[in-house]
Design a protein around this ligand. Structure first.
Ligand code: NOJ
Length: 760
């Protein structure tokens, strides 16, 4: 390159960089600049102000707290507020913090914007079922744009807990059972929420949660203890956190539960050795709500002072909503039990995030722009795309689906068929938009057909201990057995009189989520009875599932020709479902978890180890005598209205040196007559080594669209990251010189196979 060309090139780079910087609240700051800024702020702070930064106040306390929020902000008591979406209140508090509190430090306003703000996307397990990180990133970009326009700047998302027990209600909030898929979805969420760097306009700071191992709660009971070996912890539970941290997540939320007998929010090994030393986290840690105070409930801390001591010693920078730090840290410092230098360290990490976010320069939000952003029709339109892409077709005998739009009559049956609000799922923001119900969407799609609706029964949670859930339905008088029988009879009559029945089954949205664990996966209420009665009507039946966890649909999978998993699909869920039922959308999602036949198979996940006998050994393999060893549907499974064929699995070499890369390609062809999406998935297995390795592990995937007859080549790379694992023997990540299997196909049972060898 000549000098002139080089200068010209440099000038262009400078121009582009300054243009990008001008788009951002703050220019990219170097670590040194951030540190210098933080030090200069810290120098001016007194002890109370420092402790205030470590305190997050919850709006739920509004009425119980004798001191108003404004007064707290004035006294510099808080670094953050949560659980309010009142823009004016946030704006007022920010003004108080910036003008009336002695030390002028901007506030963080935190909220759980989990899958959308005004425009609701499918619940996270549904988003993961899309196997489409680009879509997930775009959806979270929209969520962040909407939420940040109202003054929120901190999002308690993503939840990246691996869940291998679907009784656990919070499986709905994560990406399922697999660390590789979980990592890809985690990365996409962080990038969508935060943008390319903290401080990007229209974005927020993400909080990755719940660190760590929450999904392994005993018995699937929310908040219960987790016991996880270090091997499992590092190989399975941590990778999604690591991916989120590498994507720049600014904050991490420490979990509630005991991890191997030490509560996560008081666990020094977890929050210092693992999170900071091993995963390289440089942001700050917020406890889960009241988790610092709860160290007492665990029987880990003696009293509030001890809880504050154990929280800060473990490395929790900010106490969510329990005021344990606010009320106790000063005393601990004065008594010499906590050094002010330790407080400084905690505060530095909080201030650094605020500096990186550009909050000191731009603490306020121009609320006049918010309504236009919230009303942007493209957001709601994109929720329909997301809901379509999340759809998983579980069964479709004899091409039952898609249905013909010329149908003269449809029976729409099931307690969820006309329940519009349930479609937004758990963690809906209060002012989220509720779209049409499935019934309304079918009526709109088929204006000249006769569409008859029967609820067919009802479902209720058996116990109602959770006070933040709307229990009005459960509290209503239950139907009598006679009323239920009448509903079922009416449903059967409607089914008999219709060309086809769309039977909507699942769980109310309050039946999964926080505090919503179950002991069984059976269809709640009288739905199994309703299902069997309708299936006996002799007319074609299609099941649409609305749920956030796998349910026991084994009977349905044997007696009903078509089953569509639609999740809680968000604002446009019903339209997306109807698009799919009538062929305007070809489903291409895949299961992010293994679907059990019954609750008794739990835990069941595809990446298990082999036993002393091969899987098909009738006698000595691990199995039950009363139910198949195999799940109902494997991880990664999902059908389409077209068919795909995988062929020509090719490796760049039969061997690869430790640390080097191997290229894997395969061809995928759409052999059917309509366009469709396939998710090409690559799995590996290490045949021998210093530890037993899972029978298969996902190590690559790509969702592609193919026209009828079209063929594409998919490319994967296997290198150190994919071929290593954490060894409990050597207490380190190792890549071993061993023989490996590799498979590529449309689910975790993919048959197309090759082998290669890793060489020293
Ligand atoms: C408790 C939940 O466990 C957590 O996920 C959530 O972010 C906080 N409450 C704040 O709402």
């Amino acid at each position: 390159m000549s000098t002139r060309t080089a200068l010209f090139f440099c000038a262009i780079v400078v121009l582009v960089t300054s243009f990008l910087a001008a788009q951002q609240n703050t220019p990219t700051l170097t670590d040194d600049q951030v540190n210098a800024r933080v030090e200069s702020i810290l120098q001016q702070m007194n002890l109370h102000e420092k402790i205030g930064q470590m305190n997050q106040l919850g709006a739920a306390e509004w009425n119980k707290d004798p001191v108003s929020f404004e007064e707290h902000a004035r006294r510099c008591d808080a670094g953050s507020f949560l659980w309010t979406i009142d823009s004016k209140l946030m704006d007022r508090l920010q003004h108080v913090a910036m003008t009336e509190c002695r030390i002028k430090i901007p506030l963080l306003f935190g909220y759980d914007v989990i899958h959308g703000y005004r425009a609701m996307f499918p619940i996270p397990i549904g988003m993961a079922a899309s196997w489409d990180p680009a879509m997930v990133e775009k959806a979270q970009t929209i969520a962040a744009l909407e939420a940040s326009s109202t003054g929120l700047n901190w999002d308690f998302t993503p939840m990246v807990d691996i869940a291998r027990d679907p009784r656990w209600g919070r499986i709905v909030e994560g990406a399922g059972e697999d660390p590789y898929l979980g990592a890809a979805i985690a990365r996409a969420q962080v990038l969508g929420l935060q943008g390319p760097q903290l401080g990007t306009p229209g974005h927020m700071v993400a909080s990755v949660k719940h660190f760590a191992g929450y999904g392994a709660a005993d018995g699937g009971r929310d908040y219960d203890s987790s016991y996880i070996s270090e091997e499992l912890f590092r190989n399975v539970y941590l990778p999604p956190f690591h991916a989120a941290i590498k994507a720049g997540a600014g904050t991490v939320m420490s979990a509630y539960m005991d991890l191997n007998d030490v509560p996560a929010s008081g666990n020094k090994w977890l929050l210092r050795d693992i999170l900071r030393r091993d995963l390289g986290f440089r942001g700050f840690v917020i406890s889960d709500a009241e988790a610092v105070k709860s160290l007492i409930n665990h029987g880990y801390a003696r009293d509030m002072q001890d809880a504050a001591y154990k929280g800060i010693t473990a490395g929790v920078n900010m106490d969510m909503a329990s005021k344990t730090y606010l009320d106790n840290l000063e005393g601990l410092v004065k008594a010499g039990k906590v050094k002010e230098a330790d407080i400084d360290e905690m505060v530095r990490q909080i201030l650094a995030i605020k500096v990186r976010m550009g909050l000191f320069e731009h603490p306020y939000v121009d609320l006049s722009k918010s309504e236009a952003i919230l009303r942007d029709p493209s957001h709601r339109q994109y929720t329909r795309v997301a809901a379509q892409r999340a759809m998983v077709l579980l069964r479709n005998e004899n091409h039952t689906l898609p249905l013909n739009k010329d149908l003269k009559s449809v029976a729409v049956i099931g307690p969820l068929a006309d329940a519009a609000k349930d479609l937004t799922g758990s963690w809906g923001v209060d002012n989220a938009t509720v779209g049409p119900s499935i019934l309304a969407a079918i009526r709109a799609k088929l204006p000249s057909a006769r569409v008859e609706y029967v609820a067919g029964g009802e479902m209720k949670r058996a116990f109602l201990p959770v006070d933040w859930i709307d229990h009005s339905r459960e509290d209503a008088k239950p139907m009598t057995p006679e009323e239920l029988a009448a509903e079922v009879n009416k449903s059967v009559e409607a089914a008999k009189a219709a060309d086809v029945t769309v039977l909507v089954l699942g769980e109310n949205s309050t039946m999964s989520g926080e505090g919503s664990s179950r002991s069984t996966l059976v269809l709640p209420g009288n739905q199994q009875h309703l299902l069997e009665a309708i299936a006996g009507s002799g007319k074609p039946v299609v099941i649409v599932l609305i749920n956030g966890r796998p349910l026991d649909i084994t009977w349905a999978s044997q007696h009903v020709p078509a089953i569509l998993e639609a999740w809680y699909g968000g604002t446009e869920a019903a339209n997306a479902i109807v698009d799919t039922l009538f062929g305007d959308n070809n489903p291409g999602g895949k299961l992010p978890f293994t679907w059990p036949r019954s609750s008794g198979q739990i835990p069941i996940y595809y990446a298990h180890n082999r036993t002393q006998a091969p899987e098909d050994d009738p006698k000595f393999t691990s199995r039950y005598w009363d139910v198949s060893t195999f799940p109902l549907y494997p991880f990664g499974y999902g059908l389409s209205y077209t068919q795909f064929e995988f062929s020509n699995l090719h490796l760049s070499s039969p061997t690869v040196k430790i640390g080097d890369k191997l290229e894997v390609t395969a061809e995928v062809q759409n052999t059917g007559s309509v366009a469709g999406d396939e998710v090409a998935q690559l799995y590996i297995h290490q045949q021998a080594g210093s530890a037993s390795r899972p029978v298969r592990q996902l190590k690559g995937f790509e969702r592609i669209t193919l026209a009828p007859g079209e063929k594409k080549t998919v490319h994967f790379t296997l290198g150190k990251d994919e071929l290593s694992y954490w060894s409990g023997q050597s207490k380190s990540w190792i890549e071993e010189p061993e023989q490996f299997d590799v498979w590529v196909g449309g689910d975790s049972k993919a048959p197309l196979h090759a082998t290669f060898k890793v060489e020293p």
